[in-house]
Design a binder for this molecule. Structure first.
Ligand SMILES: C[S@@+](CC[C@H](N)C(=O)[O-])C[C@H]1O[C@@H](n2cnc3c(N)ncnc32)[C@H](O)[C@@H]1O
Length: 406
């Protein structure tokens, strides 16, 4: 009986999933959403986790994303009244994902960010208002490296802003401000020239930071002005939005191959694993690691499928072995009957590897729907003009066969 009922429920679910146009043509990340808090390569468009959360879970369920990146799944889950558990191997990802959830669930953050914006705007007062005992640790010995990314004036402005953030008394607001600061570092490292040597328009890109391509000309940027504008945007997005304040959520830095959760503890997994050889998540955030003195090497070492290692002879085998470990962990922490949705892309260098990973999911969990090919309506990863990126959406379910009727 149990099997028959759940099979009909799965049939309805499949129909509902099939009615969604997963390309989401015309989708943009809304400028009034918290998703723009920090630039992040390879993030979800929010519609994807939002639809999956609505179709696969109910209010109060725990939605887990073991590759949370910038935390899109968590924000959408919490907005829909679910609980959000999220982890990522990358320390900056964990910071950004936590900052977004703090911003939308802790109303007092708004006032603290307003005060920070006022202090940042009141230039010249910096040296008087900073309490040196409260200053956050910063990797001073890396200063010479920072000087090759930032003009001395930009660097001085960044240092003043940093000290202001260190002076904040509210931990939640300071975390949000730190994430905004991390994005400010990226913006302030943009090169001075507007065109490349071949005449193309120069676009500031994570790939340059990842590849350690330092600006030829150091441009003066006003870090205070950029940060204040970003704080204004965050306040605008969260001001008056108190809907999600009772939500439960957790974000931690952790390896998806060794998930720090008990067996059968989450109701659903909604995730997009790293594609093989496409993006360097830790390296793309090298400026934040550098500034904060965090270990880039440790996070790089944990990163699955990184672009920097795409040329290694064993890149594919290493990736598949890592993903096998992840899949085992997902199957372990997912409750019986819980759904797992995966969005995974094809790598041009390794065509077919996404299908292999999805097949691997299907060996540990029961395929319910998909894989369905989706053609992103906007660039999800760095793609040169004329090349369309492709990715698959697939849903699985954990079934303990011993509990099913024949
Ligand atoms: C495709 S991105 C996820 C993007 C996310 N869905 C979003 O909307 O921002 C893949 C993420 O996997 C993370 N990652 C790579 N190796 C990992 C590992 N061993 N454990 C946990 N996370 C890892 C990367 O740091 C990256 O943030």
């Amino acid at each position: 009986m149990g099997t028959v009922m759940s099979e009909s429920a799965v049939g309805k679910l499949s129909s509902a999933l099939s009615r969604v146009n997963w390309d989401f043509p015309g989708s943009t990340t809304l400028s009034d959403s918290i998703h723009l808090l920090h630039k992040f390569p390879g993030n979800f468009i929010p519609e994807i986790p939002s639809y999956l959360v609505q179709l696969l879970t109910k209010a109060g369920d725990i939605v887990f994303d073991p590759f949370c990146g910038s935390g899109t799944t968590g924000v959408e889950a919490v907005a829909l009244g679910r609980r959000a558990w999220q982890c990522d191997a990358n320390r900056v990802s964990a910071l950004v994902a936590e900052a977004k959830l703090l911003a939308v669930t802790r109303p007092p953050v708004v006032d603290h960010l307003a005060r920070l914006a006022e202090r940042v705007a009141a230039r010249g007062l910096f040296s008087n208002v900073v309490d040196p005992t409260q200053q956050m640790e910063r990797s001073r010995e890396k200063d010479s490296e920072l000087r090759s990314w930032f003009h001395p004036e930009t660097l001085a402005g960044l240092s003043r802003v940093w000290d202001e953030i260190g002076n904040m008394t509210n931990d939640d607001a300071r975390t949000v401000a730190l994430a905004v600061f991390s994005d400010t570092l990226f913006a302030c490292a943009s090169p001075g020239s507007r065109h490349t040597r071949t005449g193309l328009r120069r676009r500031h890109h994570w790939g340059w930071i990842a590849d350690n391509v330092k600006p030829r000309q150091l441009k003066i940027h006003d870090a205070g002005e950029f940060l204040a504008a970003r704080l204004e945007y965050v306040r605008g997005v969260i001001g008056g939005r108190q809907r999600d304040r009772h939500s439960e959520w957790r974000v931690w830095q952790g390896d998806a191959r060794a998930i720090d959760l008990p067996d059968e503890s989450v109701d659903a997994v909604i995730t997009s694993p790293p594609y093989l050889g496409m993006i360097d998540y830790a390296l793309a955030n090298r400026l934040t690691y550098l500034w904060c003195g965090w270990s880039l090497a440790d996070d790089r070492q944990r990163e699955i499928g990184s672009r920097a290692r795409r040329g290694r002879r064993d890149a594919k085998e290493t990736y598949l072995a890592a993903m096998q470990g992840v899949i085992g962990e997902i199957a372990r922490v997912l409750r019986n009957d819980g759904y797992c949705a995966v969005v995974l892309g094809c790598s041009r260098k390794y065509p077919g590897v996404a299908a292999e990973v999805l097949g691997e999911f299907g060996r540990s969990l029961r395929p319910v729907w998909g894989p369905v090919l989706r053609l992103p309506s906007r660039r999800r990863v760095s793609e040169r003009a004329g090349r369309q990126s492709e990715e698959f959406v697939c849903v699985y379910r954990k079934r303990d066969e011993s509990l099913c009727d024949a």
